[in-house]
Design a protein around this ligand. Structure first.
Ligand code: FES
Length: 160
């Protein structure tokens, strides 16, 4: 059975329309609008994209393309905790792939996803300036260096 796509709450719909209006529905303010919608709703709900597209006289595909192009925009709510693991070259050559695999196995999610209980979101970032100490991550905004696959379970337990 196909799950129906949830609709926006009336309050969320009003917030999206209000944000668009605050930028006079100008298409060249799409990025500002997306940032404001995300700030107000915690993410940019997929159901808000047709509203934004209509207000700015853009296609849904154009709005969707922008939201999915920039890593800072989220179509789904983030977890209580966010692990941003570095996927850039220096960290990968220091064993980053194994750390990512261990995180995905432990959390039972892939990069870009949130655990079913809404507790932890796992995201990729590309260089945190900690290259000599990789593999590196940001955990709830705090840098963590020299992560080993064996440390991953303890690291996740600390968050839970
Ligand atoms: S490559 Fe990972 S912190 Fe720079």
């Amino acid at each position: 059975m196909i799950n129906p796509v949830p609709t926006l709450s009336p309050a969320a719909e009003r917030a999206v329309v209000s944000v668009c209006n605050s930028y006079h529905n100008k298409p060249d303010t799409l990025l500002e609008i997306l940032h404001d919608v995300q700030e107000q709703l915690g993410h940019v709900p997929e159901q808000s994209l047709p509203l934004i597209a209509a207000a700015l006289n853009l296609s849904r595909a154009e709005v969707y393309g922008v939201v999915t192009f920039y890593h800072d925009f989220h179509l789904n709510p983030k977890g209580q905790h966010v692990i941003k693991i570095c996927r850039a070259e220096a960290c990968q050559s220091a064993g980053g792939f194994a750390v990512i695999a261990a995180l995905e196995n432990t959390l039972q999610i892939k990069l870009g996803e949130t655990t079913a209980d809404g507790k932890i979101t796992l995201e990729a970032v590309y260089c945190l300036g900690l290259c000599p100490m990789g593999p590196a991550a940001l955990i709830d905004g705090k840098p963590k260096a020299a992560i080993k696959p064996d440390n991953v379970i303890a690291l996740v337990k600390e968050l839970a």
